[in-house]
Design a protein around this ligand. Structure first.
Ligand code: C5P
Length: 248
């Protein structure tokens, strides 16, 4: 166990697992939610499902008692992103994302407007998370994008910017948890996709860790998509992941 994991507050594995509903049909998404609900409380609705099935589906998942992480990775001018963030709060999202590559002003404005709106209307404020560097990107991709910092430096710079802009946390690869935790502190949320159970395919993720290693490194939440969604028995797959998380 690492020193940073020793400082983790006691939170059950089931609270920390977010299953990415990466399907396009409403019926498949709701079938997954009802199959997984005995063990999984948080579901991520990303751009595929949201584009296909929209806010009504989010409401249906919420009405069933689960929490929704609305992962639409906003990236636009500050005004547009801030208004979208407020709309996500009104919809009832518990967590949401924006791309930190949209800049500090965009991140700050979204954070400020979200806070002000939720206070004014007394609605729960979703956790606003910044995407540092997509977990599918490798160092050579950064070079192609004209970014001269190394990948770890870029991730850390983005995370520090998120913290200064008032965001609740970041989404990053599990391999980047420790330096972010050291730089941004214990109360800064770290959510990690790119998690793969031992022996499973990395798919298009290039910087992966196992569920156990991600929790041991200090992740607050892990996001798992295909290893659960594409499994023959999604509940069994989720249970196996929860067991590995518990072992941490
Ligand atoms: O199927 P898999 O477990 O790779 O799914 C990972 C999920 O996490 C996807 O929904 C993807 O959009 C999301 N994600 C990611 N990398 C980020 C942010 C989000 O893979 N940096």
């Amino acid at each position: 166990m690492t020193p940073s994991s020793c400082k983790m507050p006691a939170m059950a594995a089931a609270d920390r697992l977010i299953v990415a509903l990466d399907v396009s049909a409403r019926d498949s998404a709701l079938a997954l939610v009802s199959a997984l609900r005995p063990k999984v409380q948080r579901f991520k609705v990303g751009m595929e499902l949201f584009t296909a099935s929209g806010p009504q589906l989010v409401r249906e998942i919420l009405e069933g008692g689960s929490q929704v992480f609305l992962d639409l990775k906003y990236h636009d001018i500050p005004h547009t992103v801030a208004r979208a963030a407020v709309a996500a709060a009104r919809l009832g999202a518990g967590m949401m994302t924006l791309h930190l590559s949209g800049g500090a002003l965009m991140a700050r404005r979204a954070s400020d407007e979200l806070e002000a709106h939720c206070q004014l209307y007394r609605i729960p404020k979703p956790k606003l998370l910044g995407v540092t560097v997509l977990t599918s990107l490798a160092p050579s991709d950064l070079e192609d994008l004209g970014i001269s910092r190394s990948l770890p430096e870029q991730v850390l710079a983005m995370a520090s910017m998120a913290r200064s802009a008032g965001l609740d946390g970041v989404v990053c690869s599990p391999q980047e948890i420790k330096p972010i935790r050291d730089a941004c502190g214990r109360d800064f949320l770290i959510v990690t996709p790119g998690v793969r159970p031992p022996g499973s395919e990395p798919d298009d993720q290039s910087r992966t860790l196992t569920p156990r290693a991600a929790i041991e490194a200090g992740a607050d939440f892990i996001v798992v998509g295909r290893p659960v969604v594409k499994a023959r028995d999604p509940l069994e797959a989720a249970e196996a992941i929860l067991l590995q998380m518990d072992a941490a």
